[in-house]
Design a protein around this ligand. Sequence first.
Ligand code: FAD
Length: 460
Amino acid sequence: LLKPYKSVCIVGSGPAGFYTAQHLLKAHQNVQVDVYERLPVPFGLVRFGVAPDHPEVKNVINTFTQTAKHPRCSFYGNVNVGEDVSVDELQEAYHAIVLSYGAEGNRSVGVPGEDLPGVYSAKDFVGWYNGLPSCQELRPDLSCETAVILGQGNVALDVARILLSPLDALKKTDITQPALEALAQSRVCRVLIVGRRGPMQVASTIKELREMVNLPGTRPEMVAADFDGVAEALKDLPRPRKRLTELMLKTALEMPTEKEQERRKKASRIWGFRFFRSPVEILAEPGCNRVAGVRLAVNKLEGSGEKAQAVLTGEVEDVPCGLVISSIGYRSLPIDPTVPFDSRRAIVPNSMGRVHNAAGLYCSGWLKTGPTGVIATTMNSSFDTARSLLEDVESGKLDVSSAKPGSHMISSLLEKRGVKPVTFSDWEKIDDLETRRGEVSGKPREKILTVAAMLKVARG
Ligand code: FAD
């Protein structure tokens, strides 16, 4: 005998939302999962974060599509939870809510000059070249030669790579047309990637570093002294860190092969890490309201390994540049005052995805863990959340005894409020048009750049 249907609602359709849904649907025959998404298009940072020249990473979309088309799953795009419908209302309609709305805010550098024209957050810059509707007005000024990126994680390297990639390579990706045109006019030919600690603490992975090292038309420019003592410390490093550091050492210090020397000689663009530096001020051009440089404090390290701390030496150094991109992390934001939120850690406080002091509320993805880790990390932690939820059903901790109205109730609320959700087959119309538009120019897709235009296609 089938027990009554359990209806679960998921907020956000990025990897966390879809992986949580996938696990719930697979593990249980009588659970209905409804996914609510703020934008008319699904997949979160897979569409709007992952770099356009990483198409293989986006293959997860195929799995998410299968989940969305599962007979017990429904997608409701264009629904902003917290505005169009409250979490309280969702709780009335569903047995359980999984919040997986990601990290849409930004950690600010917190130094004077941060608001000057010519200073952008990586979040906005990435959103701009990836077609996030809210970032299309950014139109970054790329008329300078030197760009400084603050932060040394994978996002920083994505941005550096996009700034320096040969246009021919980008033309074959799903980067937006306005971004392609701006990059075609770009004069940026030197990108410095600044970190407060040393080569053994960079936050990127080897794949991204290797892509920089091999980027056609570019050569590395490092500071040899930054690598003092690094070779000696190699043997004690854990394996992934060791391989990453070896590649950095080789790039910075080793005599290149003849072929590589030839390649570097021809290169017209430069990239390099600058270690042991923290920004203290973004400098303006005298008499002119735009960025002219960054003042960096020189640090030394106390301690070693991952835990090493950057300590100020008192020295500062000015680096002239016309573009600053801060890439020091994303940050989750609260979307509804009734949901507990830890503003210091910028996550929803939880144990294994169970939101503290809030029965029936769960969380997954970057909102649960903080904005770190790759899609595979997000997948595992989302499966954990789904397991917690199912355990609570089994143990009776989550009350599923009474029937819940689910999407019936929410749909009529939304209708009253004039909100018209986008279904998954509506999204497929957008997808289809984007793919066809892309074909014309030899790209996998040409993204639609405004919510209004997306809605027009969805309803056409
Ligand atoms: P998100 O992907 O951000 O999804 C959250 C979703 O919630 C979004 O669709 C959003 O629109 C929606 N939402 C927000 N607010 C609301 C609301 N109020 N109501 C309804 N819906 C809402 N990982 C890799 O493995 N490989 C890579 O190459 C890679 N590149 C990356 C590049 C960048 C620039 C970034 C930032 C991350 C990258 N990652 C990469 C990491 C990967 O994107 C994350 O691990 C993953 O996307 C986190 O998933 P999430 O579902 O928690 O968040």
